[in-house]
Design a binder for this molecule. Structure first.
Ligand code: GDP
Length: 295
């Protein structure tokens, strides 16, 4: 699936929306800017960012006379807000230990499966750790993904201690000389405090074997939940600290503007975007590619 088709709902809303604004020979005046403001807010660009963009565009209004020019200006303004430096992959430790966190239902299991597929294809030896011992279905699903992708899986009995599974997973990674360990974690938010404590315990358990691990905490959020995705990410970031975000289900929403909120408000890089249910439908986030696919 191409990025463009994966983002078609947001693309249609934004791109066709901008085209529609100029119908009937209109010019970029205050009325038109007000409609654009609504369009951006409906796409979940976020109120503050939308205001900044509208203000900049109103200063440049004399240079913009049609929808193509407006799209180009808009694209440049969006790009400014979603670009950041990604640390180079060479810095990965061996094994590189990655903890994946997020609320149930956001696509965490699927994202782990997709990541495992990607890393195995790159020739890496991958171990998936079924750290959500609370949900039997999660371990089952991860086992399917592990078989399909060619990754190893480490799992314990249901309801066992997640920190103990993580410990074993990391030990296995060291003894099997694995490149990457991906640790799944629970996501039952109704016991928020316990959950955060559990995540911290997993982390301590990893560091018993690998002093500076986990090296990465990736948070998975669901784009279709709009601003809630941002709130969830902020919550986890405050509680346990995250190093990156994977934003799933962008194919299922016209509110892809949430990417701007995630990148500009959170202060944590958006590392991956999910644009479908298949193994290939996870892409490293590339700001320019994204802006091109959107407008
Ligand atoms: P978890 O509870 O967070 O582990 O969620 P799952 O990985 O089980 O995913 C929940 C549902 O979302 C499943 O039906 C997945 O196929 C679906 N899903 C995950 N990622 C994406 C995505 O990027 N696009 C779409 N359309 N569906 C997705």
């Amino acid at each position: 699936k191409s990025l463009k088709s994966g983002l078609s709902k947001t693309r249609n809303a934004l791109s066709s929306g901008v085209d529609a604004l100029f119908k009937g020979g209109r010019v970029l005046d205050d009325d038109l800017l007000e409609e654009l403001e609504e369009l951006l807010i409906t796409s979940d660009v976020g109120v503050r960012t939308t205001m900044e963009i509208i203000e900049t565009l109103s200063e440049k209004a004399s240079e913009i006379s049609n929808s193509a020019e407006l799209k180009a200006a808009l694209k440049a303004l969006l790009l400014e807000r979603i670009s950041f430096d990604v640390p180079p992959e060479e810095t990965m430790k061996k094994p590189h230990v990655m903890m994946v966190v997020g609320v149930n239902g956001v696509g965490k299991t699927t994202t782990i499966g997709k990541l495992a597929t990607r890393f195995v294809r790159e020739g890496k030896k991958v171990i998936i750790v079924a750290g959500d011992t609370f949900r039997a279905a999660a371990s089952e699903q991860l086992t399917v993904w592990a078989d399909r992708s060619g990754a190893d899986i480490v799992r314990h009995k249901d309801n066992s201690d997640p920190a103990a599974v993580a410990f074993d997973g990391v030990q296995a990674a060291v003894s099997r000389n694995a490149d990457i360990v991906i640790i799944d974690t629970a996501g039952r938010l109704h016991t928020k405090k316990n959950l955060m404590e559990e995540l911290k315990k997993i982390r301590r358990s990893v560091s018993k074997t690998i002093e500076d691990g986990p090296h990465e905490t990736l948070m998975v959020v669901d784009a279709t939940t709009g601003q809630n995705a941002l709130t969830q990410a902020q919550l986890f970031h405050e509680a346990v600290g995250i190093d990156g975000v994977a934003l799933t289900k962008l194919d299922g929403t016209a509110k892809g503007g949430i990417v701007i909120g995630i990148t500009s408000t959170l202060g944590v890089p958006l590392k991956y975007i999910g644009i479908g249910e298949q193994a290939d439908d996870l892409r490293p986030f590339d700001a320019e590619e994204f802006a091109d696919a959107l407008l």
